[in-house]
Structure formats: structure tokens, C-alpha cells
Ligand binder design. Structure first.
Ligand code: FAQ
Length: 306
């Protein structure tokens, strides 16, 4: 066991990847499964808020773009479940944990999408925050996770740009369209900041995950990076970010900003957000609807093996 730990620590110290068959401490394996599963569930549940607008997209072009984006999120979920399987997790078990409320997914997907402007704002802010968080994860110490993240980030970048382009189009439209965009920004800004997790002083996992080089930056560092990145984009778009405390701090070389409502984050994480119940009910229903496909695939596999 001593040697196992030494090999592992040495690989981490040399900034090399841990691969599925490499020795690893049980706590590292558990942490990786937790983070990857939460991430996979987020991609799958994350199809719902925008998916609700596929049948109501304003043009054929917007509908085709939205369909492709939502399908990409499904693909991300599948790569990530595969990455979790390399650590010995069982995909069926992970899904059961999700639909029984025993495993988390990102708080952001528990807010409603009220107008089509929400589709643009999710692309701009939610995919923007996801990229900010996930680009450093391409260098995460667990090989299959880091490699999955490279492709995911490329697709998320495209998603972010399509959201921004949709919003630019709406901002060039009518007063009502501009109001829709501003209203969506007002509703999604603070939940987007919460995607980065609790503040560093209140994050039980950050120190160990940084030591293991799973996470490369703390939650607060990435949140700051996201704010700094979003402010000039908001100016170009012509929208106001709903934070009276937001201002450039010359000394720090960063924007100062207000404090998110951390009690709201705790409520949403613990299942008490505006759309938690609806999201899980829908996921459970989809899982039940797919039972015949899983049974058919298993029967086919048995037949081929015999
Ligand atoms: N919501 O000690 P920390 C996307 C949990 S994908 C819910 O800071 P950690 C693509 C956390 O799991 C979005 N739970 O934990 C898309 C931990 O749980 P525990 C998802 C949260 O792991 C776009 C506890 O609180 N992205 O958006 C949240 O070091 C558009 C304590 O927190 C990822 O999953 C939260 N916001 O850091 C799809 C990225 N924050 O230990 C569709 C990978 C924290 O009680 C449309 N994950 N928790 O079981 C990560 O980078 C990290 O896991 C963090 C949390 C940063 C999320």
C-alpha cells in the first residue's frame, strides 16, 4: 500500500496523468466519481431548460441550432458517464442515484426558462461559466476526465457564441425584445455566479482537490475570472448586469462585485429550488420511457454472446 501511495504521489508531483489502471487512493477514486457523476448529471438535466423551447423556436434556423446544442449536451453526459465507468462506477447505478435525489447536479438547471431570450442568456452566461470552469479541467490529473473535457470545451465555446449571437440579434430588434434580454440577464446573472460553487472558505473539497490537481483553481478564483470576462461582453451587448456593487478596481486589476445569496444556493442544492421537482420528475419519466430500449439492447447483447 505504501508503494501504491508513493507511485500516485509521484505521478501527481510530476504533473502527469493518473490513468484507469494506475494505483490510486480510494479517496481520490471516490472524489473523481463524485465530481464526474455530478458533471454528467448536470449535462443531462441541463438539456431540459433549453429543450423546452425547441418546439417554440421562432425560426427554422433557431430551431436547428437549438436542437444541435441540446444534443451536444446529451453527448457530453455520455462521455462523462463513460469516464466515470473507467473508475469502476456503474452507469445504471449513477442514474438511479440521480433520480432518487442521492447525487447532485448543478444548481443552475433548477431555474425556469420564461422566454426565448433565456436560450441566448443560457448560451452566453451558463455556457460561458461552464467554459471558465472547465478549460482548466482539461489539465485535470485524471486522464479520461481531462481528455473528455477537451472536446466538451470546444463544443461549449460554440454554444457560448451562438447564445451571444442570438442576444445581439435580439438587441438589434424591438424595445420589447431588448427588454426580454435584460429581464433574462437579471434572472440568470446571480445563479451563473453560483455555478462555481460555495465561497472558498465554505468549500469542503477544494483544498484536497487542488492538492490532487483535479481542480487547478479555487471556486472564487474562477468566479472572479468569469466576472472579469463578462463585464466587457455585457457592455458590447448593451445590457446591465444586476449588481450595484460591480465596479473596476484599479488596485486589484479585477472587478469588485456583490455577494451572491449563498442561502439560495444551499436551498437549490438541497432540492428546494424553483424547478428541482419538475426536473427530476421529467428525468425519471424519460428513464422509465427508455426501459424497453435498455431491455432490447440487453437481449441483443445476450443473443450475440451465445
Ligand atoms: N450546484 O467543496 P465544493 C454545464 C456541491 S455543466 C450543485 O466546492 P467541488 C454545461 C459539490 O458537488 C455544469 N452542487 O465541491 C451545460 C459538493 O458536493 P458534496 C456542471 C454544487 O466538487 C451548459 C458541495 O457542493 N459543471 O453547465 C454546486 O470541489 C448549458 C461542496 O462544494 C461541473 O460539474 C452547484 N453550483 O467543486 C449544460 C464542472 N457547487 O461534496 C447544459 C465540474 C458545489 O457535498 C446547458 N465540477 N456543489 O457531494 C466542478 O468543477 C466542481 O465539482 C464544482 C464544485 C466547482 C462544481
Amino acid at each position: 500500500m505504501g508503494d501504491v501511495m508513493l507511485d500516485f504521489e509521484d505521478t501527481i508531483a510530476r504533473d502527469q496523468r493518473i490513468e484507469p489502471r494506475d494505483p490510486m487512493p480510494e479517496a481520490y477514486r471516490k472524489t473523481m466519481i463524485r465530481q464526474i457523476a455530478q458533471h454528467a448529471h448536470s449535462e443531462i438535466i441541463g438539456m431540459q431548460p433549453e429543450g423546452e423551447w425547441i418546439t417554440r423556436a421562432p425560426t427554422l434556423r433557431r430551431k436547428a441550432i437549438l436542437l444541435a446544442k441540446v444534443q451536444d449536451e446529451a453527448g457530453h453526459g455520455l462521455y462523462l458517464y463513460s469516464a466515470a465507468e473507467t473508475l469502476g462506477a456503474d452507469r445504471g447505478d449513477l442514474t438511479t442515484r440521480l433520480i432518487e435525489g442521492r447525487q447532485k447536479y448543478s444548481s443552475i438547471f433548477n431555474y425556469p426558462t420564461l422566454t426565448f431570450a433565456d436560450v441566448g442568456v443560457i448560451g452566453w452566461l451558463v455556457d460561458g461559466a461552464a467554459i471558465c470552469n472547465q478549460v482548466p479541467l482539461c489539465r485535470s490529473s485524471y486522464g479520461p476526465y481531462g481528455r473528455a473535457m477537451i472536446r466538451i470545451c470546444k463544443e461549449e465555446s460554440f454554444h457560448q457564441r451562438q447564445g451571444y449571437e442570438l442576444l445581439m440579434t435580439m438587441m438589434r430588434g424591438t424595445d420589447v425584445q431588448r427588454e426580454m434580454v435584460q429581464d433574462a440577464v437579471n434572472r440568470w446573472w446571480w445563479p451563473s455566479l453560483m455555478m462555481f460553487g460555495p465561497p472558498d472558505g465554505d468549500s469542503p473539497n477544494t483544498a484536497q482537490s487542488m492538492a490532487w490537481k483535479i481542480k487547478r483553481h479555487t471556486n472564487d478564483e474562477l468566479r472572479q475570472r468569469f466576472v472579469d470576462m463578462s463585464v466587457p461582453q455585457a457592455v458590447s451587448l448593451g445590457v446591465t448586469l444586476p449588481d450595484p456593487a460591480l465596479r473596476w478596481n484599479e488596485e486589484r486589476g479585477h472587478h469588485d462585485f456583490g455577494t451572491p445569496d449563498w442561502d439560495e444556493l444551499k436551498r437549490v442544492i438541497s432540492g428546494d429550488g424553483p424547478m428541482n421537482a419538475a426536473r427530476i420528475t421529467r428525468r425519471r419519466q424519460a428513464h422509465e420511457d427508455g426501459a424497453w430500449v435498455r431491455a432490447a439492447a440487453a437481449a441483443h447483447a445476450r443473443k450475440k454472446a451465445s
